[in-house]
Write a protein that binds this ligand. Structure first.
Ligand code: PNS
Length: 162
């Protein structure tokens, strides 16, 4: 049977840390579904289509990695996809509390779903999308934290807003 995992997130924007987790997950699973959340409550820098498009572009040559978007409960999306495992990256102890709450809530919502964690590579443990978003919004360069394709997409978005 095919071993699949869902890697959900806002990915606003996708960082080098996310890429590291996705690639490592693809070494352990037959299929990694990167699930981009349609989250209207967050003030996003990239809209859902821009996020999905750029992630698809980055992984276009890796057949194991699929990109999809979802709205509403993650466990419902997992059920629809017939995938029982959710993967989250864990960077610091600060992540732990939030991740614990999320994993427990998801398991209460659907006890057939398990969340597993991958510890962030030390080179990326300090990177977060919100930090990057701040840097970009304040006119700084986030170059070293994001892939080239994301940088290009962000430049286009920011230039349009000018
Ligand atoms: O990258 P993020 O913002 O930390 O990802 C959070 C995400 C999108 C995985 C989480 O907010 C989520 O699963 N949202 C979907 C709504 C849901 O299922 N909520 C209940 C689980 S706590």
């Amino acid at each position: 049977m095919k071993k699949s995992v869902i890697y959900p997130g806002s990915f606003d924007p996708l960082t080098n840390g996310h890429i590291n987790i996705i690639k490592r997950a693809a070494n352990s699973f037959d299929e990694v579904v990167v699930a981009v959340a349609i989250n209207s409550s967050k003030s996003s820098i990239m809209n859902i289509d821009q996020r999905v498009k750029v992630i698809k572009k980055i992984f276009r040559n890796n057949k194991k990695i699929k990109v999809d978007k979802f709205k509403g409960l993650l466990v419902r999306f997992a059920k629809k996809k017939k995938i029982k495992t959710i993967l989250r990256g864990m960077r610091t102890v600060q992540d732990f509390e939030y991740e614990l709450q999320m994993a427990t809530s998801n398991n209460k919502l659907d006890s057939t779903i398990e969340t597993i964690f991958m510890v962030a590579d030390a080179n990326y443990a300090h990177i977060s999308s919100s930090l990057i978003k701040d840097i970009i919004k304040l006119g700084g360069s986030a170059k070293e934290f994001i892939p080239k394709a994301v940088e290009i997409e962000l430049k286009k978005i920011l230039n349009k807003d000018k």
